[in-house]
Design a protein around this ligand. Structure first.
Ligand SMILES: [Zn+2]
Length: 197
C-alpha cells in the first residue's frame, strides 16, 4: 500500500499565522486529522500523520526519526528537519504539508508550492492538488515554485512533496465546516489521482 506523509506546518514552533480568533497550526491539525481519518477509512493509501501532538518531547521525536542518539545531537535539529526525517524514516511515497496563508494586506485565494526544478513526480503531485482545489471557489493563485526547507529535505530523499495553502487566514470561508470538508475531500481525491487509484 502507498504511504502518504501528512505534515502539519509550524509543529513545535509557535502557531504559524494568527488572527484574534484563528491560529494556523490548530486549523491545520484539524484538517490533517480529518484527512488521515478518511484515508484510514478508505484503506487504499496509508496516512502517516506528522506534527499534531505538541506534547511530545523533542528528545522522543529525535528518537522517532533517527537511530543516532548522542545527547549533543538534539541541538542540531530544527522542527522542519524533524518533520522531514520522520517522513523519510516512515518511508512515505509522497508528502503534503498543511498551511494557511497570511499577508499584511487583505488577499484571498489558494495556492500550492513545490520546489524549484521539481522532478516529474513532484510536478504531478502539485498539479493534481492545484487542479482539485479549484472547487474551493476562491481565487486560484496557481502552482508556485519555491524551495522551502521542508521541500528541499524531502526532495533530497526522493519524496515528491508539496505545501498546501487553501486560503488566507482572514478569509471567512475557513469558518465554514462545509468549506473545510470540501477542501479535505479535494486533497484526498488529488492524492488518489496522483497515485493512479
Ligand atoms: Zn504556515
Amino acid at each position: 500500500m502507498k504511504k502518504v506523509g501528512i505534515l502539519v506546518g509550524h509543529y513545535g514552533s509557535g502557531t504559524g499565522a494568527t488572527t484574534s480568533e484563528k491560529d494556523e497550526w490548530a486549523l491545520c491539525c484539524m484538517d490533517a486529522i480529518q484527512l488521515s481519518t478518511l484515508l484510514t477509512r478508505d484503506g487504499i493509501v496509508e496516512p502517516v500523520l506528522i506534527g499534531v501532538n505538541r506534547n511530545e518531547h523533542p528528545w522522543d521525536l529525535v528518537q522517532k526519526v533517527s537511530r543516532i542518539s548522542p545527547p549533543s545531537f538534539l541541538g542540531g535539529w530544527g522542527n522542519i528537519d524533524i518533520r522531514a526525517a520522520w517522513a523519510i524514516r516512515e518511508g512515505v511515497d509522497a508528502a503534503i504539508e498543511f498551511h494557511i496563508n497570511s499577508h499584511r494586506t487583505p488577499v484571498e485565494g489558494h495556492e500550492v508550492f513545490i520546489r524549484r526544478a521539481p522532478g516529474p513526480l513532484t510536478r504531478r503531485l502539485g498539479q493534481c492538488l492545484i487542479n482539485k482545489m479549484e472547487c474551493l471557489r476562491n481565487s486560484n493563485r496557481g502552482l508556485k515554485h519555491k524551495s522551502f526547507r521542508i521541500l528541499r529535505k524531502l526532495h533530497a530523499a526522493d519524496i515528491p512533496a508539496a505545501i498546501l495553502e487553501p486560503a488566507f487566514l482572514t478569509e471567512d470561508s475557513l469558518d465554514s465546516t462545509e468549506w473545510r470538508d470540501k477542501y479535505v475531500s479535494a486533497v484526498r481525491t488529488a492524492l488518489y489521482h496522483f497515485f493512479h487509484l
